[in-house]
Design a protein around this ligand. Structure first.
Ligand code: ADP
Ligand code: MG
Length: 561
């Protein structure tokens, strides 16, 4: 390996030369406290900045082993280090001069969620921090002196401050570790207590705005009705009470604007751990929970929808249903059946984002439009069987129809942002308002798994991907629309999904079922890291998606991809 003095020499020699001369810097340099790796050099000053990384043996970095031995703690440590590293790099005290992206320095900036990201990786006893630097130029001439300042003056103190244990306030890392232990404990506790979610008392659920996931200031903290109160003994925090959402069918009702959707959104996002101060750090939902919504226009491939849809006017087979333009109700039925296929244990549904005719149909309407003229068996007629025969719980916001009262094990009314358990009250009225009869066929789940329809790239294809925040990505001009996947929370997750699609197209041979392919990609991600999908040069912009989103991405890819 070359030394840092070699690098200094090389920089001196290339000063004022044409920009492409920078390319020769690729390689690794020993800086003593860390190894600096120049992984990819940009082609010109206006292109995306160059990719660099810093590598330190964990032993040298000095973080106690318990902080990174187990996955949940490791991800929390990586997240904590990345935040400080990122803050350090973005300090405005340093600005290189020059054209294009000269001197631009940065790395991933995590949001409220704690995710494993390619920008900060602890693996094989090594710590790797990835970042970008716009290599400085005047016009198209190398300005090596500025790059020297970046790499020799600016970078090392940032690395030392954020990636060496001895320079951290010990309490900060200890607190970070303890939160990860407690969050992990709650997750493990959920199935033992037959809960789909736990929401700590006093949690702040609402967010600042539709575009900010920071906590809303002055919000009403979560209170807990007695009957749903659960007490946990967290390993670090100690006693904690909260609202337990039991397995089964849970209904969230209440007047408009009383906080129903906010509660459901907290459940959706609870599949991720949140940072301290988020307000939802003790709001934890079972990992496989899946938000189901209407998504008209999406593509559906070879799916058995017969549990919900049959006798279509165009005579289409709903046991093997495909469309490039699903209707609202069809798309939601598809989401349910895909959720079943992937093995999700909890469905989350909000009437605000559902197709009304998918959820219920009242008696009057059934009188007028007879069963044989109505292809849809509403979700209401299936929700109990989904739980009793397939073990899938549902949490449903339904403020406008009483039909679900007959199906619910738990009924939570949101009243001025306070949850109340109103199950007893509901039970008193059940006889007075009998259940409308649904003509529904016998409940049975599809047994076969679908083959994936994507096609591998031809050998000579150059594959281009473009990520559009959390809205989706395009791959060779075919768009995979992910904007309605509400549990895809970070554009770096989208980037990972795009990388996976590319990986499939170039590296996976042979047929696979959709489910197996999703599982294979998830396994590859866990074993080989996100690096497996980064294709050639290292870059810092990927975050782990869940298995559910990997699977959802495959399902939303269109046939010609
Ligand atoms: P609903 O679905 O019942 O119509 P929402 O959940 O959309 O109601 O909430 C309505 C508004 O109230 C939102 O702007 C939300 O941010 C706010 N809100 C929700 N929960 C709280 C709370 N606990 N404290 C203060 N404001 C809240
Ligand atoms: Mg709502």
């Amino acid at each position: 390996m070359k030394s840092k003095e070699n690098l200094r020499q090389e920089l001196k020699q290339m000063d004022h030369r044409g920009y492409p001369a920078y390319k020769s810097l690729r390689g690794q340099y020993d800086f003593g406290d860390f190894v600096l790796s120049i992984d990819h050099v940009q082609g010109d000053p206006f292109a995306s900045p160059s990719n660099l990384s810093v590598v330190i043996p964990m032993k040298r970095a000095g973080f106690p082993e318990q902080y990174w031995k187990e996955e949940f703690a490791r991800v929390a440590l990586e997240d904590c280090l990345l935040r400080k590293f990122s803050d350090g790099l973005s300090k405005s005290s340093f600005k290189a001069k020059g054209s294009g992206k000269s001197g631009l320095i940065g790395t991933s900036r995590p949001g409220q969620e704690i995710l494993h990201r390619s920008a900060m990786v602890i693996a094989k006893n090594m710590l790797t921090a990835r970042f970008e630097v716009g290599f400085p130029a005047n016009g198209r001439t190398i300005n090596a002196r500025e790059l020297e300042k970046v790499l020799f003056d600016f970078l090392p103190p940032v690395v030392m401050q954020s990636l060496y244990y001895r320079n951290w306030k010990k309490e900060v890392l200890q607190k970070n570790y303890e939160l990860s232990v407690d969050q992990h404990y709650i997750r493990e506790e959920l199935p033992k207590r037959k809960l789909v979610a736990f929401l700590g008392e006093g949690s702040i659920l609402p967010r600042m705005s539709g575009v900010s996931s920071k906590p809303l200031r002055g919000a009403v903290p979560l209170s807990v009705p007695e009957s749903l109160r659960v007490e946990l003994k967290l390993p670090c925090h100690g006693k904690m009470t909260g609202m337990g959402i039991p397995e089964g069918v849970t209904l969230i009702i209440g007047g408009g604007y009383h906080g129903k959707s906010t509660l459901l959104q907290a459940l959706e996002q609870g599949v991720y751990n949140h940072i301290a101060g988020d307000g939802r750090e003790y709001a934890i939902t079972e990992d496989s929970a899946l938000k189901l919504r209407a998504e008209d226009g999406r593509s559906v491939q070879n799916l058995d929808l017969s549990l919900f849809i049959h006798n279509l006017p165009n005579g289409k087979d709903t046991k093997k249903f495909s469309t490039e333009d699903a209707s609202g109700s069809t798309s939601q039925a598809a989401a349910v059946m895909e959720g079943v296929e992937m093995g999700s244990c909890t469905f989350l549904i909000d009437e605000d984002t559902s197709a009304t005719n998918f959820l219920v149909r009242d008696e009057f309407m059934q009188k007028i439009v007879h069963g044989d003229k109505e292809p849809i068996t509403p979700f209401c007629a299936r929700v109990r069987d989904l739980y009793e025969k397939a073990g899938i719980s549902t949490v449903l916001v339904a403020g406008s129809s009483g039909a679900f009262f007959h199906m619910a094990d738990t009924v939570i009314q949101m009243d001025s942002y306070r949850p109340l358990d109103v199950k007893e009250k509901v039970d008193r009225y059940l006889e007075e308002y009998p259940l409308p009869a649904f003509e529904a066929e016998e409940f049975s789940l599809p047994q076969t798994e679908r083959a994936f329809w994507g096609s591998p790239a031809r050998r000579d294809d150059r594959i281009k991907t473009k990520v559009m925040s959390t809205d989706g990505f395009s791959i060779n001009h075919n768009t995979v629309d992910l904007r309605y996947l509400e549990q895809l929370v970070d554009s770096e997750q989208t980037a990972a999904l795009a990388g996976m699609m590319k990986y499939y197209m170039t590296k996976v041979s042979g047929p696979a079922t959709v489910k197996r392919l999703a599982e294979m990609l998830a396994r590859q991600m866990k074993q080989g890291g996100l690096e497996a999908f980064m294709d050639g040069y290292a870059y810092c912009g990927m975050a782990e998606p869940r298995l559910q989103e990997i699977y959802a991405m495959l399902n939303r890819s269109r046939k010609h991809v």
